[in-house]
Design a protein around this ligand. Structure first.
Ligand SMILES: [Zn+2]
Length: 244
């Protein structure tokens, strides 16, 4: 069992840059937590029903581009995954008009394939989406959107994660929807990028954004067949043995 004394506070981000630069994975240090806990061993969860049912004539995926995080693959194990959409800031009245529809569209796109639902309680959300310009830069360029996750231990003592998606909202409704669709793909588990512009998880923003493709879904299904430490119980670490 790997010892994770500080796993509660590792935000990790992945971003969609304007010019399609590389996947950025970052690990930040964090203050050590008092109670040291041991992360559970990585195991495979049952495949969600929606992914069991997923069938397509189109073969192929980009699973080899999906990064494994320190806790394994970013697999959800409770369904539906709950999404909270923060209203756009009052200081941006034009954005406030198009923001809800654009985000709704992206969520509906995924609902065709995956059990996610909106929640009106931010505290209940697994994924939080906000119209905030991403802070991270990629080779000097501001990203158009970004997804991060944080780890915590849930009320059933399981290692859990929560994602935040930040999207630049001064774009057209179509581009906001495409950016959210792309970032939701990361948040649902595709922690990497496709090299084909016909996939929603293509690494760059393009003029005509792709819908969720068979390759996106084939990739997602493979992700959910992988082991993860998420969703399994943590154990308190035993005190160090006294050696004479
Ligand atoms: Zn991305």
């Amino acid at each position: 069992m790997v010892h994770f004394p500080r796993f509660k506070n590792w935000p990790i981000a992945i971003g969609l840059s304007f010019l399609g630069l590389l996947v950025a994975l970052m690990l930040h240090g964090a203050a050590p937590s008092h109670a040291e806990q041991q992360a559970p061993p990585a195991q495979v969860h049952p495949l969600p029903m929606a992914l069991q049912k997923w069938q397509s004539d189109q073969q192929g995926d980009y699973f080899d581009q999906v990064k494994v995080t320190r806790v394994g693959y970013l697999v959800w194990s409770h369904f539906p995954v709950r999404v909270f959409v923060q209203p756009a800031p009052k200081s941006l009245p034009l954005v406030r008009q198009k923001w809800p529809q654009a985000v709704d569209q992206a969520i509906q796109d995924w609902q065709t394939y995956f059990p996610i639902e909106m929640t009106t309680e931010a505290s209940q959300a697994d994924i939080l989406i906000s119209a905030i310009d991403p802070t991270q830069r990629s080779q000097g360029r501001v990203r158009s959107a970004e997804t991060r996750f944080k780890l915590y231990v849930d009320d059933q003592n399981r290692l859990a994660h929560r994602c935040t998606i930040q999207v630049r909202a001064n774009q057209t409704e179509t581009y906001i929807a495409a950016a959210v669709r792309h970032e939701l793909g990361h948040a649902l588990g595709i922690w990497g990028h496709s090299r084909l512009a016909s996939d929603a998880l293509y690494f760059s923003q393009v003029r005509t954004p792709a819908p969720i493709s068979a390759r996106d879904m084939n990739t997602l299904r493979r992700v959910y067949q992988q082991p993860t430490r998420l969703g399994w119980p943590v154990t308190a670490s035993s005190p160090p043995a006294n050696t004479p």
